[in-house]
Design a protein around this ligand. Sequence first.
Ligand SMILES: Cc1ncc(COP(=O)(O)O)c(C=O)c1O
Length: 373
Amino acid sequence: MNNKPTIEALTRPGIQKIPPYVPGDTAESVRKKYQVTNIIKLASNENQIGMSPKAVEAVRAELENAYIYPDPSSEELRLRLGERFDLTPHNVVVTMGGSGGIALISDVFLNPGDEVLYCAPTFGAYSGSAARNGAVCVTLPLKDTGEFDLEALAAAVTDKTKIVYVCNPNNPTGGTLPHDEVVAFVDALPPHVICVVDEAYIEFAEGEEYRSVADAVNEDRRMIVMRTFSKAYGLAGLRIGYLLTSTEIHANLMKAVITFTGNRYGLAAAIASLDDKEYLAASIKNVVDGRKYLREEFEKLGFKVYPSQANFIYVDTGLSTADFAEKLKKKGLVIRGNFEYNRVTIGTPEQNEQAVRFVKEVLEEGVEPRVAE
Ligand SMILES: Cc1ncc(COP(=O)(O)O)c(C=O)c1O
């Protein structure tokens, strides 16, 4: 006789609803599976120029201190970020990457049955963290150009809406809304709604009108700006992100932050990177130039390239998205093929040129046609 409940039956209903985790390709897994030695991985929007040399030095200097707990509530980095944004440490929460920030916001604010509103396709963590807390995701289509549709979102707010996400620039499309439109949208929301503006890629946006809404954080706005060191600062492996918000929202988020969230290496690297203006400028220039190059090359091949202000481009090849990515993988170029269209991270100039060469080869060798749904 076996009355043992399954482990799944013991998990919370919200967790049961989350689809099983499927890990993405790592360079190592592609190398093994396809027997290719040189891998160019342009699939996870990592910064291909690497970390700031100052961050590398800072991590090295921390190596011998790894046995000592880090700064419990990331005070120093919060102080530095507060100064950087003309705010105080009581407006800054340091999180385990931007993903940790999204999880924290969900855990603090979402009750079962609350609605979480956003456009799709977008970053997957919004749905996962909502489901975990029993909240219901309400999704609307993006605008044709790949940005969030603020008008439609405003019209879809109900009494149950608790969080509205604005992913700006949006992943996977790269579409970006101007600063003033986002702020006007936040200001028009009813007071029971908190707007989370995900700016994981904002450093790569060109033009003053597309600047971060961090300068609009104040005591009245129910807005949380999510930022990360993973992209423009190249610290994806060190897992440091942060949230900028009012002191009232901050105080409530801080109650739930796990002590020692920022690890020694991540904190040291983030603090060192903040001072390295030269690195940041090089990081942004690499993306801006590479984005233009890849867009032009792909357009010459007849692909539709979505306007992007991020460190990736979203490309409609007109062919099978999955097969295009698969054939490139066999050559050692890893891009994303599991959205409607292909997403390609901007690489270094050499990587971008090699990527274009592989794309041309694959097109000559033949890619399966797109099958209409
Ligand atoms: C839109 C968006 N937000 C947030 C993140 C979180 O990044 P991280 O957790 O590495 O800071 C990502 C990562 O790819 C992203 O694409």
